[in-house]
Design a protein around this ligand. Structure first.
Ligand code: ATP
Length: 514
């Protein structure tokens, strides 16, 4: 664990040192859980957004995009349930004076049971070797059976307490399970209280004329309230989807783990409108398709898993998370939710406008059902960044830090370097940059030794380095160095474009999804 924390610290430091992520307002000592993206970070982030946007809107002819405002009529948040129910259950430890989410404390406690169970199973698997029967072992080993039954009991109590919104019971679970504060190590807990996560501000200039408005805590409502506009003006037929990328704001109380939990973050959400009764079919479709989108990046299939929800929001009839193996364990990156007709019906009720669809095939009106896919850009960024980071020992005692970013997402695709700063090499290198820059993010670098220049590009994940030497002047070839293998090959300048394009284009990545 300590080792994992160490790696995570290094990843955070690397993100800063190489211009990916900075603490917001750093020269004023920072603003908690708010971050800025630097010169390389913004490129990686934009590439992630493009991958999502194009996968949604280009590959599905029945999905269109919108860009709705952050401020919306406050009644929208009443209708959506956020004013009354967008709360976190909080608990304070009287000794450390720290505040925690009660549900997260219990979830972490449950994860410890799973860790213990897995350890036992792994130990046994080693002992029994080939003949190991996992299921048999789990059902017959007394220690494992005991752990499983204790975990299930806590889990059931927890799921019920969350569903019933029973704050006393949440506290009681923490007491009964003897959960301690990770800082003070004590069990001196306060009551559990609800805390609304929406940021509120005022719109308008005069005190009595001002209206309370919220910074949106999700982008989805901007889609629901535009459902009629898009359906009518786009002549959309069900099933169809509306996609949106934009900022969302939540006054998270327990804000830690770098850009995993932020107060200002970005979401990529898609609401897919379907016939009532067909929602489970589409839920299954999106569950599979979104996982395919993740896995196509090649970060390692074993790093993903689904986590089906026990606690369904009152409007949902199915929900699952796609979790990714972060340096601090499997964590939610994306949620896929079957939201029934809850949102559209609520907006119909609160706005007094009819929000229905006339289905020409059925010759009937209905309120569409909705499947939502909702992913955080920043969490996606963290999963790509953290899993790409590697400290490599090289032959001869040397070492390097390399970011194995998926080439289509890398901020810089290729760097062109004259071996020396004379003899016409810089001029030829510049010519190559001037040709490649129209298609790829290309950098020119002539400073320091060639080895140091390679390391700099490795550290920001540049897939290709192109070195121009004296031979280049004679025969029109250069050295092409590959980031991951560090292999170098001699290629014609005229072939560079095709070779690079084959590896770094978003197009190739999107084609994997078809
Ligand atoms: P969590 O349980 O971690 O608080 P959530 O279930 O509230 O997340 P959703 O409301 O389903 O999250 O939001 C959809 C996605 O938005 C999440 O999967 C996540 O990627 C992203 N997201 C939510 N809250 C934050 C945050 N505070 N910082 C960064 N990303 C977030």
């Amino acid at each position: 664990m300590a080792q994992q924390e160490d790696v995570f610290k290094k990843i955070v430091a690397h993100a800063k040192e190489y211009g990916f992520v900075f603490q917001s307002s750093e020269i004023y000592d920072g603003l908690s859980a708010v971050y800025d993206y630097g010169q390389n970070g913004v490129e990686l982030k934009n590439n992630i957004k493009r991958y999502w946007w194009e996968a949604m809107t280009l590959l599905h002819e029945n999905i269109v995009g919108i860009d709705s405002a952050i401020f919306m009529h406050p009644t929208i948040w009443k209708a959506s349930g956020h004013v009354d129910a967008f709360n976190d259950p909080l608990i304070d430890n009287r000794d450390s004076k720290k505040r925690y989410r009660a549900d997260v404390l219990i979830e972490d406690h449950l994860a410890k049971f799973d860790e213990k169970i897995n350890k036992e199973v792994e130990k046994a698997a080693k002992r029994f070797g080939e003949s190991f029967d996992r299921e048999m072992f789990c059902s017959t080993n007394a220690r494992v059976a005991d752990l499983v039954s204790r975990r299930d009991a806590v889990h059931d109590r927890f799921a019920k307490a969350m569903n019933d919104n029973d704050l006393n019971e949440l506290r009681q679970i923490i007491i009964d399970e003897e959960i301690v504060d990770p800082i003070s190590g004590t069990k001196n807990w306060t009551d559990v209280r609800q805390f609304n996560l929406m940021f509120r501000t005022e719109m308008g200039s005069t005190a009595d004329g001002a209206m309370n408005v919220y910074l949106r805590p999700e982008t989805a409502q901007g889609i629901f309230v535009n459902y009629l506009n898009v359906q009518k003006t786009g002549r959309m037929r069900i099933p169809f989807g509306i996609a949106q990328i934009g900022k969302a704001f939540r006054n998270e109380i327990v804000a830690r783990q770098f850009i995993f939990r932020m107060r200002e973050f970005e979401q990529m959400e898609m609401q897919f409108f379907v016939r009532p009764g067909e929602e489970m079919k589409w839920f299954a479709y999106w569950k599979e398709w979104r996982m395919r989108w993740h896995k196509a990046l090649g970060l390692g299939d074993e790093k993903y898993r689904y986590h089906d929800h026990d606690k369904l929001a009152h409007y949902a009839n199915a929900a699952t998370d796609i979790e990714f193996l972060m340096p601090f364990g499997f964590k939610e990156v994306e949620g896929i939710h079957s939201r029934t007709d809850f949102d559209l019906s609520q907006h119909e009720k609160y706005s007094g406008k009819k929000i229905q669809y006339f289905d020409p095939e059925l010759n009937a009106n209905y309120t569409p059902y909705v499947i939502e896919t909702s992913i955080g850009v920043d969490r996606m960024f963290l999963s790509v960044f953290a899993s790409s980071y590697e400290e490599q020992k090289l032959e001869g005692g040397d070492s390097r830090v390399v970011l194995h970013l998926p080439a289509a997402l890398a901020p810089v695709k290729c760097a062109v370097m004259p071996l020396v700063k004379k003899d016409g090499l810089p001029e030829l290198a510049r010519d190559i940059v001037n040709d490649l820059k129209f298609d790829f993010a290309t950098r020119y670098d002539e400073k320091d030794s060639i080895g140091k220049r390679y390391r700099r590009q490795d550290a920001i994940g540049t897939p290709f380095c192109i070195t121009v030497d004296h031979q280049s002047l004679e025969d029109g070839t250069v050295t092409l160095r590959h980031r991951d293998s560090m292999e170098q090959e001699r290629v014609k300048i005229a072939d560079l474009h095709t070779i690079i394009h084959g590896q770094v284009s978003l197009n190739a990545l999107l084609r994997k999804l078809n």
